[in-house]
Design a protein around this ligand. Structure first.
Ligand SMILES: [Zn+2]
Length: 219
């Protein structure tokens, strides 16, 4: 099977997405980029994550051609492809509809730096773009541009996208930023939290980078 290890990894992290309560059923999607082959390996469309095996995961070229996989690739394949095409540092993309991140996206409110875990965003906030129809190139372009220099963006009326150098990073970012979204929402209810400064967060940004350097799960 073409790129078995990468496909196993995507299947594994799909189950992780369920286990970490970042999605239900088959919603959301995730991928990794394989630089040697210049392809992305992406979760299938409409298959529950606990039913996905390596054979169901799609191998897709940067032109959008499906090379292998028994299922149709995720309907948000362009949303993943646009990051790999434009940013060589991005090797993994995770997209979720987790509750609080999606709630903040529905409110059109960025995530602010009220907790040090904003460091996972690689920026001082997680911006929120306006709504664009799901599964479109318009949404993909707007998400890429809206993310700027950071590693996460809220999609208005839709959900969250996180990118990173590994799937492990992008998945942890999706989980920690869901927690931050919950804090931002709850803090807003009582008048808002205290925003931390770039200076205060300097060590957190560094720690997140080094914490994630050595590890990448293979299965
Ligand atoms: Zn979605």
């Amino acid at each position: 099977m073409l790129l078995f290890e990468a496909r196993e990894q995507v299947a594994h992290y799909g189950r992780e997405m369920l286990r970490r309560k970042l999605t239900t059923g088959s919603f959301g999607n995730l991928s990794v980029f394989v630089p040697e082959a210049k392809v992305m390996v992406i979760s299938p469309s409409g298959v529950d994550y606990d039913q996905v095996g390596a054979q169901d995961v799609s191998v897709v070229t940067m032109d959008g051609v499906v090379l292998d996989g028994q299922r149709k690739p995720s309907s948000e394949a362009d949303l993943h492809r646009v990051f790999y095409q434009n940013d060589p540092t991005v090797k993994a993309v995770v997209h979720t509809h987790s509750t609080y991140a999606t709630l903040m996206a529905c409110l059109g409110r960025p995530l602010e730096p009220i907790h040090y875990l904003i460091a996972y965003a690689g920026a001082m906030e997680v911006p929120c773009i306006p709504y664009y129809p799901f599964g479109t190139m318009e949404l993909a372009q707007a998400a890429y541009e809206g993310m700027g220099q950071g590693k996460a963006v809220l999609l208005g009326g839709h959900g969250l996208v996180c990118v990173g150098p590994t799937l492990s990073y992008a998945m942890d970012a999706a989980q920690q930023l869901e927690f931050l979204a919950q804090l931002c929402y709850r803090a807003a209810v009582v008048g808002g939290g205290v925003k931390l400064t770039e200076e205060q967060l300097a060590n957190a940004f560094e720690a997140v980078k080094t914490y994630h350097q050595p590890k990448e799960r293979k299965s």
